[in-house]
Design a binder for this molecule. Sequence first.
Ligand code: HEM
Length: 419
Amino acid sequence: MQENDLPVSAIADARTFTDQAALHGLLARLRRTDPMPWVESGLTRPFWLVTRHADITAIELQPDRFINQPRQAILPIAYEQAAAARTGGKGYQEVMRNLVAMDGREHRVFRAIAQSQFLSKALGVIRDDIDALAVEFVDRMEARGNACDFSAEIAMWYPLRVIMTILGVPREDEALMLRFTQQVLTSQDPEYSQGGGGISAMIQMFDYFRPRIADLRVTPTETIGSVVANARVDGDLLSDRDVFGYFLILATAGHDTTSYSLAGGLLALLENPEAFSRLRADPLLIPAAVDEIIRWSSPVRHFARTAVEDGEIAGTAYKAGDTFLLSYPSANRDAAVFDDPFAFRIDRKPNRHLAFGTGPHLCLGQHLARMELAAFLREFVARIDTVELAGEPRWTESTFVGGTKALPVRYRFKDRVPA
Ligand code: HEM
């Protein structure tokens, strides 16, 4: 990796994330020379940028000293102002509260509502559905002929269908959900933006879900959405706002992240044809390849924590109230943890990546994400004959969640063996 002299403030600029080489050149330099700089860019309120795997892990594993409130992500000042303006000064939490914004007991209690549903054993009941959806989306790619935009036409839709099945959202509302989730999570990108940093999309999404939450209380279903809508904390049903907060975090966290990993995985395989050939020859490598794909693509570009008291990390003193940006893409290229971190190795073991975070907020959907990616890859490598890039990939402008939004590919499927 070629280190560069980009200013550290570039990390707060969404455009930096459209050039992965430049981003990683900056992060590699910082890990080596200045692993936790203070960033004042004018774009966001200032923060500490934490680049090393060990420091991010230490922060996440001390949830009493580094909390999620009040700043879970470091977003442009303009968005914070827009959210305040739309909510009478109260901000996003007026519309919803969710796991990511909770700490301590409240977080444990709320997380427990859906946690058991997302354990790998519990997910066994939807394995067949996911396998069937993987087939459907590989079919869709085949039906496109010999070329498609893999990001926009396949990768964006497959995890969306999975998570909407879990929430009980019908297929005809999927395009609407895609628009909402993109506006909420990737509103920094001018292609998805509607101004206001996603707050309007959140309000519209709440309006969409409110009557559905009421329906699920009258007529419960087998979905995780129904489990959440009917959950009780200390004997009481959750407020609509809290149920919506849960739906929103599942819909957003469970969608773009996995879509970007899938597209990032295909791009990595195209850029590493030897790895692709090995995977096709030996599908037993798929589980390890999935984790390497997630490490490689690191679609969640950060979460944040705030210090409860003064302290010191890696020789740097900080104050109570300071915020830390945890750079997962940086942790996942840290040579102190990964042998040859800039090599894409589908059999990397161990693979202690932090793409799902760690500690009490460790991604709730990690087993589901792995299951989805593995199901797609199994079907894809079994059926694809040739595949190559057909144009330049384009990356989302986002400091928060992102990956390729356009991945033009040309391909040929194997001839079907007549039944
Ligand atoms: C490759 C795909 C995914 C990646 C890279 C990813 C990454 C992350 C990360 C980094 C966090 C924050 C962890 C922390 O603060 O330590 C998180 C939290 C979360 N993720 Fe995922 N995620 C993915 C897929 C999913 C899926 C499919 C779901 C589906 C339900 C999901 C649901 C959640 C939830 C609910 C949280 C909040 C957990 C909490 O605060 O307790 N994620 N995810």
